[in-house]
Design a binder for this molecule. Structure first.
Ligand SMILES: [Zn+2]
Ligand SMILES: [Zn+2]
Length: 149
């Protein structure tokens, strides 16, 4: 059962790190036309950028189905990716972008830090020059009380 937990964590962390990479070099690169709908979103509930969530979600579902019979690492990594997806939706879409108006803006602690970091990411509507591409792991400066910059 230890290895199950390990692969859940691996699946989760893989998403944060590959997500950072994909966001920085692909979404703010060749696929900017899709991702820009998230940076310039004005009306309507869905944006073209949601396709990325669909894609990652399908990878998780595929892994879970592939590893279902033997409950091998694919199954648990699929669970880890799904957990990442759910936490991502909750933090990024509900808490930060308020697609569901449910929570107030966090003022303290870890949540306030990643909130600030993601707002910094959205301070530009352009492809280049953006900062803070991760969601859960962001530069330490965003957690400090007073910001230097
Ligand atoms: Zn972006
Ligand atoms: Zn965002």
């Amino acid at each position: 059962m230890m290895s199950a937990l390990l692969f859940i964590v691996v699946g989760f962390l893989t998403m944060e790190f590959s997500g950072w990479f994909i966001h920085k070099y692909i979404m703010h690169g060749p696929l900017w036309n899709i991702h820009k709908t998230h940076h310039t979103h004005t009306k309507g509930y869905f944006e073209l950028n949601d396709l990325f969530s669909l894609l990652f979600g399908s990878i998780a579902v595929l892994l879970i189905f592939q590893g279902m019979d033997t409950l091998d690492f694919r199954f648990w990594m699929g669970i880890g990716i799904s957990l990442y997806g759910m936490s991502y939706f909750f933090l990024h879409d509900v808490l930060i972008h308020r697609r569901v108006k449910f929570f107030k803006k966090p003022k303290h602690g870890y949540l306030a830090g990643i909130f600030k970091a993601h707002q910094a990411h959205h301070s530009t509507r352009k492809r280049d020059g953006s900062v803070a591409f991760g969601l859960f792991i962001v530069p330490f400066k965003y957690f400090k009380k007073k910001q230097d910059e």
